[in-house]
Ligand binder design. Structure first.
Ligand SMILES: Nc1nc2c(c(=O)[nH]1)N[C@H]1C(S)=C(S)[C@@H](COP(=O)(O)OP(=O)(O)OC[C@H]3O[C@@H](n4cnc5c(N)ncnc54)[C@H](O)[C@@H]3O)O[C@H]1N2
Ligand code: MOO
Length: 435
């Protein structure tokens, strides 16, 4: 008889064997969604020279101290600079340089006045700008280091590169980006009933759906999936496939053959390999048969053949392992609180992870179980974006109860933005504020 261990204990046992993965560099264009392997530190101030945020005139503010509509000042315009150019001679107090957005502020200037607040005049063959108001010192000057300061850690290692991080990488001249190597995750589907995706159906056979599900899950977790040929319920074939995968991949996942049936060979494969068994029964549903073992520091996950059990086993055990190899700081599924959308009458001797879809109504998250809650069901995974956690030792749960949910996809299911909603919300806030 197998003795079930608690889910958290099983997770702890797996996590004891985690190790940080290797690093590599990739061209900046290929860095999206990769994990930074080094802190991204500002190697210079940004901007590194004072520049103008507007099209206008760079002036010495003191020369406008007395300016008003009745007594405008006239400053001589020495020339014009566009972004990318500099005015190296500097200006004197009664002079100005016409300046475009992004251009460097000339020496002697300490403010910029926007072009629409001025008028240009010609007098005695010279160009002047007419200013009718006092301009403050520092007005419209983008200061050195306003955006980023030299030496500042902008993005800590372990962060997933997003388009904003890409912009920052480019700012500091990273043509190649140091990232964590994607851990190679071997996928071995076992079962004499399995057909490849392109094979026609035959009596008693089904197509191998788990391998493709795991393929997607590995990529979603940041890893690199590697397919191995389908393995029949045959001890030697299974043993050889697992042994080969152990030599080639960072982690090895099998699906099926892990229970107590006559043709469930995974436990025997672990034995012959001499792998140390971490567990072979977890107090959870689905996925109670999930097993894990370690050989020479390399981890083997024996996931269930039942699709939903395989799915849950991956998310709870394999995902955090891969995420740790990738150097992420947060490796577990995100948790939220939701209102149970339907009665869930099944008794739960073990902790149950119910595939659910979240909906958002008036700021409250509702979690509704999707389709059938059996571990052999594939279709419940189509819409599932969360797992409702129903603790073990209970006799069912009633609608309306506050439950914990684990989020499978960070943004999936959250309400989409609509400008009208923001406008209405602001309007309401203003009404409340002034009433
Ligand atoms: N006497 C007992 N029988 C079973 C027990 C038990 O405790 N005592 N546990 C049941 C539970 S719970 C589960 S879950 C399954 C787990 O079995 P295995 O993980 O060993 O998986 P298989 O028996 O190989 O297959 C189960 C099921 O899944 C289908 N399958 C397998 N591989 C794939 C795949 N790649 N793609 C799609 N579907 C797959 C397979 O055809 C079976 O229908 O054991 C129960 N039995
Ligand atoms: O492993 Mo089974 O999925 O517990 O139902």
């Amino acid at each position: 008889m197998r003795k079930p261990i608690k889910v958290e204990e099983a997770i702890r046992k797996v996590m004891e064997w985690t190790r940080t993965g290797r690093q590599e560099t990739v061209p900046i264009k290929e860095s999206l969604n990769r994990v930074l392997a080094k802190d991204l530190t500002a190697t210079n101030d940004v901007p590194w020279f004072k520049r103008s945020p507007y099209d206008g005139y760079a002036i010495f503010s003191g020369s406008t101290a007395e300016a008003n509509a009745d007594h405008p000042v006239l400053l001589e315009v020495l020339g014009t600079i566009g972004a990318g150019y500099t005015w190296d001679e500097g200006i004197k107090p009664d002079q100005a340089v016409k300046i475009m957005t992004g251009a460097a502020i000339p020496d002697g200037a300490d403010a910029v006045i926007m072009v629409e607040l001025t008028k240009e005049l010609e007098k005695d063959g010279k160009i002047y700008v007419q200013i009718k108001r006092k301009v403050e010192k520092g007005e419209n000057i983008v200061e050195i280091g306003e955006d980023m300061k030299k030496g500042e850690i902008l993005v800590p290692k372990g962060t997933t590169v997003n388009p904003g991080v890409m912009a920052t990488l480019a700012t500091f001249g990273y043509q190649d980006v140091p990232v964590m190597k994607k851990p190679k995750a071997a996928i071995i589907a076992t079962g004499s009933e399995l057909l490849e995706v392109d094979e026609p159906l035959e009596k008693g056979k089904i197509r191998n759906s788990n391998a493709y599900m795991l393929w997607g899950q590995v990529i979603r977790a940041g890893g690199e999936p590697v397919f191995y040929r389908l393995v029949k319920d045959d001890f030697n074939e299974t043993y050889e496939a697992v042994k080969r995968a152990l030599g080639e991949a960072d982690i090895v996942m099998t699906t099926g053959g892990v229970s107590v049936g006559d043709f469930d060979y995974i436990p025997k494969v672990y034995e012959k390999l001499g792998a140390e068994l971490l567990f072979n029964k977890v107090a959870m549903r689905p996925g109670s048969v999930t097993s894990a073992a370690v050989l020479a520091g390399k981890i083997l996950f024996g996931l269930s053949g039942n699709p939903s059990a395989c799915y849950v086993g991956f998310e709870l055990f394999v995902r955090p392992y891969l995420k740790t190899m990738l150097g992420h700081r947060n490796v577990y599924l995100k948790r939220a609180q939701a209102t149970l959308g339907e009665d869930f009458p099944k008794p739960n001797p073990f902790t149950r992870f119910v595939r659910a879809k979240l909906s958002y109504e008036a700021g409250v998250i509702h979690a509704g179980p999707v389709r059938m809650d059996k571990s052999n069901i594939v279709s419940s995974l189509i819409e599932a974006n969360a797992l409702i956690v129903l603790p073990g030792g209970s006799r069912g749960f009633t609608k309306g109860l506050q439950v914990d949910v684990l989020l499978l996809e960070d943004e999936e299911g959250a309400p989409e933005w609509d400008e009208n909603i923001t406008d209405r919300r602001l309007q309401r806030q203003r009404e409340n504020h002034f009433s």
